[in-house]
Design a protein around this ligand. Structure first.
Ligand code: MGD
Ligand code: MGD
Ligand code: MO
Length: 762
């Protein structure tokens, strides 16, 4: 069962000559159908994906347009749906024949391939097996356990999929119980965005909407891999490129999705094999080199502004709306081109060419992803992009703005409705009034702090609303080893993963419905809602027959646990809310009236309803009341100096995975097939290190804290990368990342530019 990696040892430089999309993506979907053997009618379900009245894809958070395509889904959205609608099942019989310890030897791919979880399970330490249990037994025991510990030592994690309704109740449960320990996957992802944008422009989310992509003149892309991670974005990108919008990309890897695209929904393009060129300039910045690169662009703007009579900088905007401009200008002037070239790995000429695109474009959008957020100085990365945009007033007008591309389908929304460890972001007074209680006011734990609390033994309970926490975190092996000291662990999931194989003294694995499945409660089938990357809220209605009659909805599971853990409160009506989710939407509307008023009436508006964004209106909810320029003290986004055999490791996603869910071993767009145990390195670096493509090496973490972090048996693959930057796959390489290696402001783990050394093995 535990099929392993193929052993394909191609010694040439890995690459893929086709465009993103095209026949390759159709093949990718077909392979998924074969692998998952989806239930009959699953393909018809795809047709309703991301459309009003249908269900909203559980893959990425990209916006859902008002006028959807006939097939408003992509290769990876289809994979996510078919993955959920598989006919494979992970039953009590399966658990009876495999001990938990044995399953730890299985790959991520093999674990999830077992199929959908069918029954609530309790871990039995005596036999080292999961055994089936009743829901009532599970809820009652969870209640007993939670009542017996200090609420401040419990953690309620969420992976960004659960609906707004479930998320609202989960956060309420945590606060009624007594803590703000509500980290979510965002803490490993775009928390850098939430913290930086909130501090500097007063809104924690992007300022663009989908319409802006129809009006922009240039797009500046930093570390976001559209072709893999938000494929539906390829359509607006293609249209933008076709109407003459220029796309400039900064990425150490020449990602296919940003070079060219064949629209699989365009018969003409598919039949003629033609594709659309996307980026007009592609700058292979070194990992961690963006502060320097953007400083180069800004420096060019200042220099040209002086030469062109002060016409390039939007001085009226800066004077009316910004602070910190002079300090930033002084710093840009004081920074030498020599330092910029060295730290970015890019030439002045190339940066000036990109700078010229910027100054000659009236409306510019800055797009970014993990390539900016997952760095020790992720804050400064994003602050620099804001500097660039603010200089020419590119925030708060049509066709311009900042666009972080979010990950999980409802990760942004979970934060919006209260899943946050930061109490200042939550209307606690209103909650106190609505539910008649005194909410905790102390700051809760981030993901990194949860790991620290597990390592030092102070955490006592962990509830995971989806996700694969123990596989996704940095310092994974160390955290795993301490996990069993927890008193209680509860995992709410659709499929088996590695996090389920490390159990607290009392431990439950609770199976839930997927979003494509019918969620029938006392008042009939229920709708849920999610928020996309553009702050639009969409209703989602699942129609499929659930994978097992024993499943409960995520909302029902949260309510079931809460009811058994909390004292009765006449304002808190878990059973009513479970029976009718529109009552929960009424609560959301009451808690956030400006954004969510009339939520029940508006949730099926085509394209979703917009909850607004103050920065888009040029209202700056910052300490100063203005948008803030930043003068960063450093040019490198990492704090580990170069040299002495040290490399900057980028941990990557392939085209055949969704985070820790490994669908298969084909990274088609990068030309790497049949294997994930690889280290990508430039041919020059391979030669300089005395290595050969195909050779097996070990990577050693270089955090200088005396802890040995290493992974052996990795195959060297020649790949087009800047010198000193190497790459490999997430989550396999997570044990190499020290917990202390995180963004200094938001504590987002710095999964890019991880300092490592190479050990040649026999
Ligand atoms: N199919 C699929 N879709 C997904 C996911 C998935 O795993 N699979 N995951 C979802 C989630 S949760 C998220 S957060 C998003 C993630 O989507 P992205 O934000 O695209 O994240 P990554 O794939 O981690 O890396 C992004 C890019 O950053 C580049 N990069 C690395 N270091 C640097 C750097 O220092 N500077 C610059 N400029 N670029 C750099 C990498 O080469 C890569 O192309 O996608 C979501 N969508
Ligand atoms: N080195 C490195 N580490 C990283 C990253 C990186 O780029 N590099 N990226 C980080 C990022 S951006 C993120 S978002 C995190 C991801 O961290 P998580 O969100 O914790 O992990 P996922 O892999 O998305 O979770 C997959 C599991 O979710 C469960 N699941 C799927 N659908 C549902 C559902 O509908 N309901 C419930 N309850 N469960 C469901 C399944 O059991 C599946 O096994 O990882 C982070 N870790
Ligand atoms: Mo993410």
């Amino acid at each position: 069962m535990a099929e392993e990696h193929g052993d394909d040892t191609d010694a040439g430089t890995a690459s893929y000559s086709g465009p993103a999309g095209g026949w390759g993506s159709v093949r990718g979907m077909a392979e998924t159908v074969v692998r998952e053997r989806p239930s009959p009618g699953a393909l018809a379900t795809l047709r309703t994906q991301n459309k009003p009245g249908g269900f909203m894809c559980t893959s990425c958070a990209w916006g859902k347009p008002k006028h959807p395509h006939a097939f408003e889904f992509c290769e990876n959205g289809a994979k996510a749906t078919l993955w959920e609608l598989t006919t494979h099942r992970c039953t009590p019989d399966f658990f009876a024949s495999h001990s938990v310890t044995e399953l730890r030897g299985w790959t991520d791919h093999a674990l999830e391939s077992v199929g959908r979880l069918t029954h609530p399970m309790r871990y039995d330490a005596a036999t080292d097996r999961y055994v089936a249990c009743d829901w009532d037994e599970a809820f009652a025991e969870i209640g007993v356990q939670l009542k017996s510990i200090d609420p401040k030592k419990a953690v309620f994690y969420a992976s960004g999929r659960a609906s707004l309704e479930t998320s609202y109740l989960y956060a309420l449960f945590a606060r009624l119980y007594g803590h703000n320990n509500l980290p979510d996957s965002s803490n490993m992802c775009h928390e850098t965005t939430s913290v930086t944008l909130k501090k500097l422009i007063g809104s924690p989310v992007g300022t663009c909407t989908l319409d802006d992509f129809e009006h922009c003149d240039a797009l500046f892309f930093f570390g976001q891999n559209t072709g893999t991670n938000s494929q539906r974005f390829l359509h607006p990108l293609q249209k933008a490129a076709q109407r003459g919008c220029r796309i400039v990309t900064f990425n150490p890897i020449r990602e296919k999705g940003l070079l060219s695209f064949t629209n699989p929904q365009s018969p003409a393009q598919m039949l003629t094999g033609s594709d659309t060129e996307l980026s007009c300039q592609y700058l292979q910045v070194r990992a961690g080199g963006d502060i320097a690169a953007i400083m180069g662009l800004c420096k060019y703007v200042f220099e040209q502004d002086a030469l062109r009579g002060g016409t390039l900088i939007d001085r009226a905007f800066v004077a009316e709306h910004c602070t910190g401009f002079e300090a930033f200008r002084d710093q840009a002037e004081a920074t030498s081109w020599e330092d910029i070239e060295r730290e970015s790995g890019l030439s002045r000429a190339d940066l000036e060419r990109a700078g010229e695109v910027y100054v000659s474009s009236e409306r510019v959008i800055g797009v970014y992803g993990m390539g900016l957020t997952q760095h020790v100085h992720g804050f400064e990365n994003i602050a620099m992009l804001l500097n660039l945009l603010l200089m020419r007033g590119n925030i708060g007008r049509p066709g311009a703005g900042i666009c972080p591309v979010r990950g999980h389908s409802n990760v942004q929304g979970q934060r919006t409705v209260g899943i946050s460890e930061k109490p200042e972001l939550v209307p606690l007074d209103r909650l106190a009034e609505m539910f008649g209680f005194d909410p905790p006011r102390d700051t809760g734990m981030t993901t990194v702090e949860v790991c620290e609390a597990v390592l030092d033994g102070s955490a006592q309970a962990f509830v995971g609303l989806g996700g694969n926490f123990l596989r996704a975190v940095p310092d994974q092996t160390r955290v795993e080893q301490q996990w069993e000291k927890l008193q209680l662990t509860v995992q709410i999931a659709t499929k088996l993963n590695r996090s389920h194989l490390f159990n607290g003294r009392v431990s439950f694995l609770l199976p839930c419905l997927g979003r494509s499945e019918e969620d029938s409660q006392a008042t009939g089938p229920q709708t849920v809602t999610i928020e996309d990357s553009f702050s639009h809220i969409h209703g989602s209605l699942g129609h499929r027959t659930p994978a097992s009659p024993h499943l409960k909805s995520e909302l029902a599971i949260v309510a079931g646990m809460a009811k058994h853990s909390l004292p009765p409160n006449p304002n808190v009506r878990w059973d009513d809310w479970t029976g009718n989710y529109s009552l929960v939407r009424d609560l959301i509307a009451q808690t956030y009236p400006d954004e969510f008023h009339d939520m029940n009436a508006r949730m099926f508006e085509p394209g979703g309803f917009y909850r607004g964004n103050s920065a888009r209106e040029r209202v700056w909810k910052t300490d100063s009341g203005k948008a803030q320029f930043t003068a960063p003290e450093m040019l490198a986004a990492t704090n580990i100096p170069d040299g002495h055999g040290r490399y900057r490791l980028v941990t990557l996603r392939s085209n055949d995975q969704f985070n820790t869910t490994i669908y298969g071993y084909s990274d088609r767009l990068r030309g790497i097939e049949g294997k994930r145990d690889v280290v990508l390195m430039s041919p020059a670096d391979i030669a300089a290190a005395g290595l050969k493509p195909g050779q097996r090496i070990a990577l050693v973490g270089d955090a200088d804290d005396g802890i040995d972090r290493r992974i052996g048996g990795l195959e060297v693959v020649a790949f087009d990368l800047p010198s000193g930057t190497i790459a490999g796959y997430y989550p396999e390489l997570n044990p190499l990342i020290a917990l202390s290696h995180h963004d200094q402001e938001s504590k987002t783990p710095a999964s890019k530019a991880v300092p490592v050394r190479i050990l040649a093995q026999a």
